[in-house]
Write a protein that binds this ligand. Structure first.
Ligand code: GLN
Length: 545
């Protein structure tokens, strides 16, 4: 039985174009309601037919964010976790594929008792069931549901229908927030409301009316524009929230709450208004603004030729973690994307890495650019530049060490060379079977696993505990046949999974900071609680200066 008597649901939908910041708006609303003392949870709906984000190309779709329970989800889930400071699970994420899969499974097992199973109502009913299940799981008084994509697209119609059905069942329990874009065409220099008027009308056609409009754009919403929006979109003037671009996303809860967005939504939900305590957020924003001393980090990988725009999305949790860790120490991170293929083409360019205070290799897949990454890792090791390797960055650091310190030049991962004579990183039979049978979806080693730390190491000091839990997403693993000689030679094996004995962390002796982790610590860094390893990596980078 749900503990909360009358749970409330806020749907966040997007108008005009994608990428206007629905995710961050939803996450910020979550932070605001938490700061009012409510129990909150958030769901992301991806209208894709993919069952999860694990099979989507991160360059096109953005980072695959992994939850503790091993779901491969949308990057917005990371924003929710960071802004709400809570861990979410597979209940907080759904895709069209996942919903249909369940309905079809129900049909095959006679759950609908011989009824004709129809797109409407069965699909929206399954969607509603999932939304309510998540609310119940977290005892949420307020559940935020972000519907991906833009209003007017064919693919999110059934999710809007679910919102409409919920509103019909209980009008006071559902509020709609339209996050829309107001362009400022260069030749006019004036903000235009018409596209949002259209978005609002399309929303009306789906049987929904926005309670609040978040007006995103380059500029603030002025009086005439606010009046137009109010008149043509049927929203009160006060409920049009101005949301111009900001320099840091962490300002958004403060900026939106300065306009009382929280209480305006509460009123739409027929709830009593409540005070908001955003003290922590305000001082955090102050800290960001005052972080002046620069720390220069090189992030090494492939695909960087595609440009920063998509990359920032593919590695968003890594970037945010570096920011959290830097701000925490009063520093401003300057990140450079370094394409590893450069070092393959012109080996002399490796010296350019000398100017960085730290080098980071994030997770990755495949063979492209890998030799260049290994060269960069060698440079960091030899020149004592702080190094932090995440997942592939740990595997490749191990290979570099076996090649160049143990002298086994053939050392490799079987991901690069399936027939290598020195498989430092190999694949277990179960995973090999998945690959050979093309069973890729949701079959990696996913989610949270424990890791026991060795005492008197940098990582043990960083965490300050003996046993940690971190999230994973990988198919290949460290080959334990190499463990002893690698450790003896100085790349210490300092973190092991207690059940499987799998190597989780390597740490170089006699180096300011050289740590490789098989997991993804970036998923657990929070704005006001930087991850201990990111924190100490940045600390080492600042010391190098
Ligand atoms: N490609 C490697 C593996 O599958 C590393 C994965 C990652 O970096 N996320 O094991």
């Amino acid at each position: 039985m749900p503990k909360v008597k009358k749970p409330k649901f806020i749907f966040i939908v997007g108008g005009v174009l994608s990428g206007v910041g629905k995710g961050v708006t939803s996450a910020s609303l979550g932070a605001i309601f938490e700061a009012k003392g409510f129990k909150v949870t958030a769901l992301k709906i991806d209208p894709y037919v993919n069952v999860d984000a694990g099979t989507m190309n991160p360059i096109e779709h953005g980072e695959v964010f992994v939850t503790d329970d091993g779901d491969e989800t949308d990057q917005d889930m990371g924003n929710y976790e960071r802004f709400l400071d809570m861990s979410l699970s597979s209940e907080n994420y759904m895709t069209t594929g996942r919903v249909y899969l369940k309905v079809i499974e129900n049909e095959r097992t006679m759950k609908y008792k011989g009824k004709c199973v129809q797109v409407v109502p069965h699909i929206p009913e399954e969607i509603i069931l999932r939304i309510k299940k998540a609310a119940t799981k977290y005892d949420a008084e307020i559940t935020l549901i972000e519907i991906g994509g833009t209003i007017g697209e064919y693919e999110n119609i059934l999710f809007l229908e679910a919102a409409r059905m919920m509103k019909l069942q209980s009008p006071d329990s559902v509020a709609i927030v339209l996050v829309s874009y107001l362009p400022v065409p260069a030749h006019l220099g004036e903000m235009k409301t018409k596209p949002t008027q259209h978005a609002s009308r399309v929303l009306n056609q789906a049987g929904l009316q926005a309670d609040v409009i978040v007006a995103r754009g380059q500029m603030s919403l002025d009086k005439p524009r606010r009046e137009k929006l109010a008149t043509f979109c049927g929203v009160s003037k006060e409920n049009c929230i101005s949301a111009p671009d900001v320099s840091s996303i962490y300002e958004i809860p403060v900026k939106m709450e300065d306009q009382q967005i929280g209480n305006k939504i509460l009123k739409a939900l027929r709830m009593r208004t409540k005070k908001t305590d955003l003290t922590a957020w305000r001082s955090f924003v102050h800290k960001i603004e005052n972080a002046k001393k620069e720390v220069h980090i090189a992030v090494i990988g492939k695909y960087f030729g595609t440009g920063n725009f998509t990359l920032a999305d593919s590695y968003i949790s890594v970037i945010e973690s570096l920011k959290h860790a830097s701000w925490h120490q009063g520093a401003k991170p300057i990140l450079d994307w370094v394409d590893s293929e450069e070092f393959e083409k012109s080996p002399a360019k490796i010296k350019n890495l000398k100017k960085y205070d730290g080098i980071l290799v994030p997770g990755g897949f495949g063979t492209r650019g890998v030799e260049g990454i290994i060269k960069a890792i060698q440079f960091a090791r030899v020149n004592k530049i702080p190094y932090f390797g995440l997942c592939y960055g740990m595997q490749l650091a191990s290979i570099e060490f076996v090649r160049n310190v143990l002298g086994k030049k053939k050392a490799n991962t079987v991901e690069m060379d399936p027939n290598t004579s020195e498989p430092v990183i190999h694949i277990n039979p179960k995973q090999a079977k998945n690959v050979s049978e093309a069973r890729y979806g949701g079959t990696m080693r996913l989610g949270a696993y424990d890791c026991a730390l060795r005492k008197d190491t940098k990582v043990h000091k960083a965490y300050g505990v003996d046993l940690i839990s971190e999230r994973h997403r990988h198919r290949y693993e460290f080959n334990n046949d190499y463990r002893k000689e690698v450790d003896d030679a100085g790349l210490q094996i300092v973190g092991l999974n207690p059940e499987s004995d799998l190597v989780e962390i390597v740490e170089l002796r006699d180096h300011p900071f050289f740590v490789g982790v098989q997991f993804h610590p970036e998923f657990k860094s929070r704005p006001m609680k930087p991850h201990p390893l990111f924190r100490d990596f940045i600390k080492a980078a600042l010391n190098k200066k």
